[in-house]
Design a protein around this ligand. Structure first.
Ligand SMILES: Cc1ncc(COP(=O)(O)O)c(C=O)c1O
Length: 410
């Protein structure tokens, strides 16, 4: 471990069984954590232990195992709450980030939006923060406004402020862009919106993995993230919602566990969070997410962020030193998500050459088609670095790109 490294990355890597495997006879270099991160043994074991020893449905039976399972499930909720400095009953478990944002669009839309109202989002959003609002525009006649980004991938805050007119009833923006790595000025965004009494939802699917998040300090109204990008399992996501606000919203789905009483004449609903968790939840996955939070907390989110910054700086410096590399997203405040293209080579060709070297990157539009087009591309390569990546892996990426350039004569 060199003095400028935040922690012993080899020790971290030893916790992730998959990082020891080979692909095409080469050591795996996994640079696709922004799509979904790998899981440490601690998460895998917690889930196996839950299924082998403690599994039953939650919130239902009075029997022993149901109580054990309920305690573990609710303790995962408590861990999530502490991790982002929320109260436990402000944490709603969903299937993922996408479901959480659909829930807010649909339930907030039902309770608080009328035809002609406006929702402000941006060009840099993941489709999960565009499509639900567009669907609401179809069904309710609301209008969706988009804040543009500049050539570096920075939100145009002057336009944002100018858009906040009397018809705007919601601001819904990414905390961190999944393509550009841009960290948006969320404190300023929230304070500007709140000065006009407009609530704010942050899509934290990328924000949660790269540094500390404190929803109370931010005073954000809704914060959304997924378990699978935070080194936890897929199938579980989180919606943080201020309790008073959540209790103004109707349920998302109807069924078991979200009701107070059901008669043939009608139903009354529990308060949030249970109002929004109809049916059997993702019990094992919630426990896995709790274990992932324990894991990243034991390493420290600040340390993870220092480590990833080192990787990003090296990757940006070494890639931009090569001829014909177009870095897409050069915001001053940026995390370790690096989109780029190589002039004259199709991104899929570069990604295929990298893949044959065992290097996993993402290629395409990254579920952010409007952004890719606004940046002037049809597709890009994206390397994203997680807590377990190394400086040697950054060098392998650079060597892999050089190889692609040689092969395609670019
Ligand atoms: C910024 C952002 N928002 C939303 C999502 C969707 O999250 P999920 O996969 O949990 O539905 C992603 C996942 O790629 C993302 O990066």
């Amino acid at each position: 471990m060199t003095s400028n490294q935040a922690y012993d990355v080899e020790k971290i890597r030893a916790d992730f069984p998959i990082l020891g495997r080979e692909v095409y006879g080469k050591s795996l270099v996994f640079l696709d954590s922004a799509a979904s991160a790998q899981k440490p043994r601690q998460v895998i074991s917690a889930m196996v232990e839950m299924m082998e020893n403690d599994y039953a449905n939650v919130h239902r039976g009075a029997h022993f195992l149901s109580q054990v399972a309920t305690e573990k499930f609710e303790s995962a909720r408590e861990k999530v709450a502490q991790f982002i400095n929320a109260d436990k009953d402000e944490i709603i478990f969903t299937r993922g980030g996408t479901e959480a944002m659909n829930l807010v669009a649909s339930c907030f839309g039902a309770a608080h939006l009328q035809a002609g109202d406006q929702v402000v989002t941006s060009v840099m959003e993941h489709h999960a923060n565009i499509v639900p609002w567009q669907m609401l525009a179809e069904t309710k006649g609301i209008e969706v406004l988009f804040v543009p980004v500049d050539a570096r991938g920075v939100l145009d805050m002057a336009v944002f402020e100018g858009l906040l007119g009397p018809k705007v009833k919601m601001v819904s923006l990414a905390h961190v862009s999944n393509v550009l790595g841009t960290v948006n000025p969320v404190e300023e965004i929230i304070s500007l919106a709140h000065s006009k009494d407009i609530p704010v939802m942050l899509d934290g699917c990328q924000g949660i993995t790269h540094g500390k998040v404190d929803v109370k300090a931010l005073d954000v109204d809704f914060y959304v993230f997924s378990g699978h990008k935070l080194y936890g399992p897929s199938g579980i996501g989180v919606l943080y919602g201020k309790k008073d606000l959540m209790n103004t919203l109707p349920p998302h789905q109807g069924g078991g566990d979200m009701i107070e009483t059901v008669t043939l004449e009608g139903t009354t609903f529990k308060e949030s969070p249970h109002r929004f968790e109809a049916g059997t939840p993702a019990i094992v996955e919630a426990v896995g997410l709790g274990a992932a939070i324990d894991y990243v907390s034991s390493v420290g989110m600040d340390a993870i962020s220092v480590h990833e910054k080192l990787l990003l700086e090296q990757a940006m410096a070494k890639l931009s030193a090569l001829e014909g590399i177009e870095l897409i997203g050069t915001a001053p405040n940026k995390v370790s998500v690096l989109a780029f293209n190589v002039t004259g080579i199709h991104p899929l060709d570069v990604a295929t050459v990298l893949d044959r070297q065992g290097i996993a990157v993402r290629v395409g539009q990254h579920c952010a088609e409007p952004l890719i087009k606004a940046m002037g591309y049809e597709a890009t390569i994206r390397a994203s670095f997680g807590m377990y990546n190394t400086l040697e892996e950054v060098d392998k990426l650079v060597t892999g790109v050089e190889k692609a350039k040689m092969m395609f004569g670019a």
